[in-house]
Design a binder for this molecule. Structure first.
Ligand code: ADP
Ligand code: MG
Length: 145
């Protein structure tokens, strides 16, 4: 799937379209968001939070590495886990903050910015999403298998 987004709002709306395609899984659903700084990874994550009805403000968790939000109501997912791997040295850092347990829980939707940092511990079913900066307001969002 490929989307052309002309605004941050449009990028948020792409999240709800992606969410509609997700099916129940026996483990957590992991979305790996790739793209340069300012591409729109956090903006897309806010779109997922919004589509799930999360009212908390979702910001870049760069200084916390990981933030877990509760999803209200009984949706496909009970938690949104937002990880920003930018400052991680390697995969061990993510394991040390509980990643192994998080990926075992099918009620978690896990979104990872800068997945390249931890690629060796991502499950094979990870859905890769690439965001390309086209111009100041335009982004191309591509879902890869
Ligand atoms: P990242 O997390 O990839 O570093 P952010 O989502 O934090 O990126 O920032 C994206 C920036 O680009 C924001 O300032 C946002 O307002 C701007 N922007 C402009 N057009 C778009 C668009 N179509 N989609 C997403 N962000 C956009
Ligand atoms: Mg970000």
């Amino acid at each position: 799937m490929r989307f052309n987004s002309i605004s941050p709002q449009a990028t948020s709306e792409v999240a709800s379209k992606i969410l509609d395609t997700l099916k129940p899984n026996s483990k957590a659903t992991v979305l790996a968001l790739s793209g340069d700084l300012g591409a729109g990874k956090t903006t897309l994550t806010k779109g997922f939070a919004n589509a799930l009805g999360i009212l908390d403000i979702v910001n870049s968790p760069t200084f916390n590495i990981l933030k877990k939000y509760s999803v209200p109501d009984n949706k496909l997912f009970k938690h949104l886990v937002h990880i920003d791997a930018y400052r991680l040295a390697n995969s061990h850092d993510l394991i040390s903050i509980g990643f192994s347990d998080l990926i075992r829980d099918p009620s978690n939707l896990i979104i990872i910015e800068w997945p390249e940092r931890v690629v060796e511990i991502l499950p094979p079913e990870t859905l890769n999403i690439q965001i390309n900066h086209i111009d100041i307001d335009t982004r191309e969002i591509i879902l890869r298998d």
